[in-house]
Ligand binder design. Structure first.
Ligand SMILES: [Zn+2]
Length: 200
């Protein structure tokens, strides 16, 4: 996800380039499990301070369902608009210090937003961070309620299966809604005693 912007940097403010991306991001981040290429559009716009990168991408990721822990495929949409500043002056090669630019100090010193001395603009880190921001806090198996057509993340089919299995295992049904899936099987005998008022 590297782009040589030497030519663009020599052009006037408002000059732009567009790219269609279809990138394998397997090695982008060890914590991500991509199931597809990252696809979408990148626009690079010459602005006074450098280059504004506008990206809109999609990628399918393998995440664990928050209910049954089975892997699920989640399509993530990544959109960003970040301004990159050059490390060196395109005409003279002179090093440019952050103070020579206007803007937030933390953005101007952010290495992820630097165009390097070879005039390479690399969006990898921005993409990586934005993927993490776009990941749902709780992923869930897709389940559509047949009665009203609504998606219900709590109705993960495998989770419902677990619930009904634990209800069968415990005829009193008391454990069916209290999350019996977390109970160590060695305690189950004790639970049976607790549910039986005559138990000893
Ligand atoms: Zn699930």
């Amino acid at each position: 996800m590297e782009f040589n912007v030497a030519q663009l940097m020599k052009e006037a403010t408002g000059a732009r380039r567009e790219f269609d991306l279809d990138d394998d991001i397997t090695n982008l981040d060890g914590g991500l499990r991509p199931l597809s290429h990252l696809t979408g559009k990148l626009e690079l716009l010459r602005i006074h301070s450098g280059v504004l990168a506008n990206g809109a991408f999609r990628v399918a990721l393998a995440l664990d369902c928050g209910r049954c822990l089975e892997p699920v495929s989640i399509a993530v949409t990544v959109e960003f608009s970040e301004s990159f500043r050059p490390l060196t002056d395109i005409q003279t090669g002179r090093f440019l210090s952050p103070e020579e630019f206007e803007g937030q100090a933390e953005d101007l010193t952010d290495e992820a937003l630097l165009i390097d001395a070879q005039h390479i603009l690399d969006i990898s880190e921005v993409v990586r961070q934005n993927i993490w921001l776009a990941i749902p806090i709780v992923a869930a198996c897709e389940y559509i309620d047949p009665e009203n057509g609504a998606a219900d993340p709590d109705a993960c089919p495998k989770f419902q299966e677990l619930l009904s299995e634990s209800a069968l295992a415990d005829p009193s049904g008391k454990q069916a809604t209290s999350g019996a899936e977390g109970i160590d099987p060695r305690w189950e005998a004790l639970l049976a005693l607790q549910d039986d008022p005559r138990g000893e």
